[in-house]
Ligand binder design. Sequence first.
Ligand SMILES: *[C@@H]1O[C@H](CO)[C@@H](O)[C@H](O)[C@H]1NC(C)=O
Ligand SMILES: *[C@@H]1O[C@H](CO)[C@@H](O)[C@H](O)[C@H]1NC(C)=O
Ligand SMILES: *[C@@H]1O[C@H](CO)[C@@H](O)[C@H](O)[C@H]1NC(C)=O
Ligand SMILES: *[C@@H]1O[C@H](CO)[C@@H](O)[C@H](O)[C@H]1NC(C)=O
Ligand SMILES: *[C@@H]1O[C@H](CO)[C@@H](O)[C@H](O)[C@H]1NC(C)=O
Ligand SMILES: *[C@@H]1O[C@H](CO)[C@@H](O)[C@H](O)[C@H]1NC(C)=O
Ligand SMILES: *[C@@H]1O[C@H](CO)[C@@H](O)[C@H](O)[C@H]1NC(C)=O
Ligand SMILES: *[C@@H]1O[C@H](CO)[C@@H](O)[C@H](O)[C@H]1NC(C)=O
Ligand SMILES: *[C@@H]1O[C@H](CO)[C@@H](O)[C@H](O)[C@H]1NC(C)=O
Ligand SMILES: *[C@@H]1O[C@H](CO)[C@@H](O)[C@H](O)[C@H]1NC(C)=O
Length: 466
Amino acid sequence: MALVNLLATQTQTQTQTQRIMEPRSLLVLPILLALSSSATAARDTITPATPLADNETLISASGAFALGFFTPPGSSYRYVGLWYNKISEANHTILWVANRKNPVADSAPLLSVTPDGKLTITAQPPNSTVIWSSPSSTVKISSPVAQLLDNGNLVVKQAGESSGSYGWEGFNYITDTLIPGMKLGVDFATGFNRTLVAWTSPSDPSPGPFHAFMDVKGDPDIYLYEGSTPIWRSGAWDGTHLSGVPDMSTYQGFSFQFVNNSTEVTYSYTIADQSLVSRLVVISKGTVQRALWVWDTDQWNYFWSAPKDPCDYIGACGPFGLCDSNDSPICSCLQGFVPENPANWNLRDGHDGCRRKTQLDCANVTVGFQPVSNVKLPQSDNCTVDMSLSLDQCRALCLQNCSCTAYASANISADGSGCVIWAGQLYDIRNYVGGGQDLYVRLAAADIGKHFVLEFCSFIAKLVST
Ligand SMILES: *[C@@H]1O[C@H](CO)[C@@H](O)[C@H](O)[C@H]1NC(C)=O
Ligand SMILES: *[C@@H]1O[C@H](CO)[C@@H](O)[C@H](O)[C@H]1NC(C)=O
Ligand SMILES: *[C@@H]1O[C@H](CO)[C@@H](O)[C@H](O)[C@H]1NC(C)=O
Ligand SMILES: *[C@@H]1O[C@H](CO)[C@@H](O)[C@H](O)[C@H]1NC(C)=O
Ligand SMILES: *[C@@H]1O[C@H](CO)[C@@H](O)[C@H](O)[C@H]1NC(C)=O
Ligand SMILES: *[C@@H]1O[C@H](CO)[C@@H](O)[C@H](O)[C@H]1NC(C)=O
Ligand SMILES: *[C@@H]1O[C@H](CO)[C@@H](O)[C@H](O)[C@H]1NC(C)=O
Ligand SMILES: *[C@@H]1O[C@H](CO)[C@@H](O)[C@H](O)[C@H]1NC(C)=O
Ligand SMILES: *[C@@H]1O[C@H](CO)[C@@H](O)[C@H](O)[C@H]1NC(C)=O
Ligand SMILES: *[C@@H]1O[C@H](CO)[C@@H](O)[C@H](O)[C@H]1NC(C)=O
């Protein structure tokens, strides 16, 4: 089985803001050092003998992350959360919450690691009721400690061991935010299905209705749902970025990883430059946002969000419809298709979509393909993917199979490779100015534009000659 480890590395360009930032971070460092040396030495580890009190924080080795009890604005409960230690905010941006379903009303709770390797949040002694607990350790640990690692991962491990397997780790239980090192997606070996689930509201970290998860079927991609209703999808990975997030290619300093193999299907990202602080979050109102911390203004810059325009909503133009947010109306039919429900279509409701002008006659070889350029590929849950085929082989495969309605390249990096084949309806296609990729839609000859017939003939000629 082919190992599919897609890694897109953006060239790191030193931008002007980064250069401006440097002198500032040099100034901040001594101040932080001064602050930490005046207080009691910061620790990053909890042992069974030294639990974390309500008024204490764990600080990771380089000082990047802090973990401790917090109260969200407008709430009266205490939670154990993770935040950036080096950025100055009125209220911390919480990146991860341990006990999101188990709020603490107690005034002096403790975060402890038990001798058998569980993390617990307990009420003030001597009551010590267990309010929240991590599951039992997956490995045998004789002398457990909990440590806040420098990437923000809180782990339970054997005291003194710097490598090896963890008994438990917070990164397996992501909440609403993805930071570098966290993975969104499914690990088939361990069964973890790491999903971003939004807070109920800014004052309530409990799981709300909005969640983003990896759909592993067909050509995998990430879906945003509200309860059981699909809202938005990222589009499949095209070898360099997610097909529905074309601006990913403009991010500087980021490196995105999309892994699809027999043990996992996951999305993650890394940032080499430590001064670039960025997070991906599903907010309680239901948008997925990417934010970047701007050191000059001490503010988050939310530079990307989805859904962003009407075409981002799944199925805005129905089957065989094409959504263009710069057009009015936004919905049109793919070439060779006409509105299914012209009355509603004229009332600007595109949900019924389109149907073929001319039915496909599979026995009749005079069918061909209409390329549709710069699009987010249709919903791909039911697609067939073969990474070993070229685009020409993909076309031949589609032509041979009566249920094939479209095909596209699975990997557009370099000259394109791999094959995605759709059967049945094509759903949720939108276009992008200067982004997206080519989709080849199967049509009856009568519905294909003249120059495409020529293109098709030359393709047949090529097939015959090979
Ligand atoms: C996608 O294409 C690039 C360039 O040819 C190649 O390096 C990469 O391995 C391909 N990815 C897959 C999954 O085939
Ligand atoms: C936390 O509170 C306890 C008891 O009130 C106090 O003894 C301790 O010094 C405090 N620790 C910090 C770091 O403020
Ligand atoms: C910070 O939290 C307090 C209450 O805990 C709230 O009144 C205030 O608006 C919050 N500030 C910001 C910037 O969110
Ligand atoms: C012990 O703490 C729990 C959690 O805070 C609380 O519900 C319970 O009432 C407390 N019990 C006593 C006897 O104080
Ligand atoms: C992962 O979780 C999501 C959201 O609960 C669910 O829709 C999806 O089917 C799960 N995936 C797997 C492979 O279990
Ligand atoms: C799948 O990819 C992950 C991450 O690159 C790797 O650790 C794992 O060994 C791969 N599994 C297989 C079966 O190749
Ligand atoms: C994903 O991985 C599976 C198992 O290795 C493979 O069969 C499938 O073709 C891959 N799909 C993509 C889109 O890379
Ligand atoms: C194939 O399609 C063409 C054009 O629609 C039509 O004229 C011809 O009769 C069809 N042939 C068969 C065998 O159905
Ligand atoms: C995929 O197939 C399932 C089961 O046949 C169907 O319910 C679903 O609507 C299909 N998805 C798409 C995008 O066509
Ligand atoms: C034709 O394509 C469909 C959908 O991709 C697939 O399920 C079916 O097995 C294919 N049939 C043949 C003969 O390849």
